[in-house]
Design a binder for this molecule. Structure first.
Ligand SMILES: [Zn+2]
Length: 585
């Protein structure tokens, strides 16, 4: 390995350690005790501003959150600091992971922090990262005197949480710049009534609109909001639709597009800080990723496009991930499950030395080899998007990082109660790669968390419906300067053998050229034969010692004078063989 590339990898790792905040998906719980001990700074604060920037270390976007510090419980900090979170939107590039800690302006809470030591951020000092990512932030619900991370909710009634911190962890306020105000007896608005809403079962993030009927909503929206249960923490907190998603607002009727992070549960209308909750629960069946904000667009999904020569996306396994046959075969079980349900055009390409995530044109599947993902994070899928207008975005590439852990369970035996199911987590992450966001339903594949001893290896009807909605949208038209994705050759799903996988034969029907791509999982004899319907051999390729890896073959048809009609393609690797039907125009 060249010296400079080695350095690059090391730098990216350090950088990840410091920056990546994430993943409810493959998340194991970090105790409050550990958060207190492992963070050098604990503060209460409010997000007052956000700015996105490109990293100085890797081709990645981050968000710099300006924090007004209210109080300090540990460490010594000024009254204004900056916290870095991964992802964001900058010009025509955008990045997102469904499980990332993303903060919103106006959020108040408790942050467990460490100094950001590796990244030069816009020449600003006092830059911090959140320990254990999403688990290192407790969002405050001041009115109802509650605070929540992704796993737990605490009451602070009568300062109960502060008392807990003082008694159990010897933490108390060292400095108060401006105390937060808990409790407000006027939080429930008795002048506003939600009579009903329709439909009662809906999907999130795909533009579907909810109609809320009642009275006392006010004649115009102003700062009023509709609140939904937050699917990124199972509904422990609430989220609002973004400004562009409010379609209409009158005193008796609100029409709002359901935002991506809305999960099943009661909805609320908040007017001047006072809220009215629905008596019935909204059911959200599936959710589609469409990151956005109050001022910056994407409030509609990006598209799958024809990114690579296969007219879809090529994923590259890191060499070490690939060389562990248990890991690889378990990964491929989940990979094939999705592919052969949705026919998303994903193939496995060459292995790669890359073992990190950045915008580099490679969709990498890799272990976090230096064990530097944030505490509690077992895996994540990161999507990189490009756009050409405010509303037209497509998926550029995606990376999957998985922690090396002895918690994983592989294979088909019953899962032990202390293990986490590898295939289930991969299936969940590939759901994110399909652009599915979380839902609130503990048994659903796309629920934000999975427990040890649990297997979720089935793509259920709602998951499939969401993924197919996304794919159908992608097939409608070309976007920006990209052609629309072409579906995977469905015959591929009939013949995936042990000796090779991801055979792609295209186009079919064919005319002048016939392309055959496949990935050999071992060194062996390879034979590719084309027969006509009478069984007569018309084309053949033979290699007595083909090498493991990506293999590509092009038959130049006119040179072989093949007549129009039906043909049978036979692929043999060693003693294993498969056939598929092709049509010559
Ligand atoms: Zn997830």
């Amino acid at each position: 390995m060249k010296m400079n590339s080695l350095f690059k990898i090391i730098f990216i790792y350090l950088f990840f350690y410091s920056q990546f905040s994430i993943a409810q998906c493959g998340l194991f719980e970090i105790s409050l005790n550990q958060k207190v001990n492992e963070s050098n700074f604990i503060i209460e604060g409010e997000v007052i501003h956000q700015q996105c920037y490109k990293s100085s270390r890797a081709n990645k976007i981050f968000t710099l959150n300006t924090i007004k510090v209210n109080s300090i419980l540990k460490g010594n900090l000024p009254s204004q600091i900056y916290i870095v979170t991964a992802g964001g939107k900058l010009n025509n590039e955008m990045e997102y992971s469904a499980a990332l800690l993303s903060l919103q302006v106006g959020q108040i809470g408790m942050f467990f922090l460490n100094k950001e030591g590796y990244e030069t951020v816009l020449n600003i000092n006092e830059v911090y990262m959140v320990y254990a990512s999403a688990q290192g932030f407790y969002a405050y619900n001041l009115a109802e005197q509650l605070l929540s991370d992704v796993f737990n909710q605490y009451a602070n009634t009568g300062n109960a949480f502060y008392t807990l911190l003082a008694q159990e962890y010897n933490l108390s306020f060292q400095k108060i710049y401006a105390a937060v105000v808990w409790g407000n007896s006027n939080i429930y608005n008795r002048l506003t009534v939600i009579n009903n809403f329709s439909p009662t079962a809906i999907n999130a993030g795909n533009g579907e609109q909810l109609i809320i009927n009642g009275f006392g909503f006010g004649t115009s929206r102003g700062n009023s909001r509709v609140l939904f249960k937050n699917s990124d923490n199972g509904g422990l907190t609430e989220i609002s639709a973004f400004n562009p998603q409010y379609i209409s607002w009158s005193d008796s009727k609100i029409v709002v597009a359901v935002p991506q992070k809305a999960g099943s549960g009661k909805i609320a209308v908040e007017i001047g800080g006072a809220r009215t909750q629905s008596s019935n629960s909204l059911q959200v069946k599936y959710a589609i990723i469409n990151t956005g904000s109050d001022t910056a667009a994407l409030v509609f999904p990006a598209r799958h496009v024809a990114k690579n020569s296969n007219k879809g996306y090529v994923w590259n396994m890191n060499v070490n991930f690939d060389s562990d046959s248990t890991v690889r075969s378990n990964f491929l079980v989940s990979f094939k499950k999705w592919r052969c349900k949705t026919y998303v055009n994903w193939t496995i390409g060459n292995t790669t030395q890359i073992n990190s995530s950045e915008r580099d044109t490679f969709s990498v599947i890799t272990f976090d080899e230096h064990n530097l993902l944030p505490a509690g994070v077992l895996g994540l899928c990161y999507s990189y998007y490009s756009g050409c207008t405010e509303n037209d975005w497509y998926i550029e590439e995606q990376d999957m990082l998985i922690r090396k852990s002895d918690k994983w369970h592989f294979g088909n035996d019953a899962i032990p109660s202390n293990k986490l199911d590898f295939q289930s987590v991969v299936l969940h992450e590939l759901g994110h790669a399909h652009q599915l966001s979380h839902v609130i339903n503990v048994s659903d594949l796309m629920h934000y968390s999975i427990s040890t001893g649990v297997q979720k290896r089935t793509i259920e009807a709602a998951n499939l419906e969401g993924a197919q909605w996304m794919i159908n949208k992608s097939l409608e038209s070309d976007i920006c300067d990209k052609k629309r994705m072409q579906l995977l050759d469905s015959e591929l799903c009939n013949d995936e053998l042990f000796g090779y996988y991801n055979s792609i034969v295209y186009p079919n029907p064919f005319n002048d050229l016939l392309n055959i791509d496949l990935y050999l999982t071992r060194n062996d004899k390879l034979k590719v034969s084309l027969f006509d319907v009478t069984g007569k051999l018309t084309l053949q390729y033979e290699n007595a010692s083909a090498s493991k890896g990506f293999f590509s073959l092009v038959f130049d048809v006119p040179n072989h004078a093949i007549s129009a009609g039906i043909y049978i393609l036979k692929i043999e690797i060693g003693e294993e063989k498969s056939v598929k039907k092709l049509i010559k125009l």
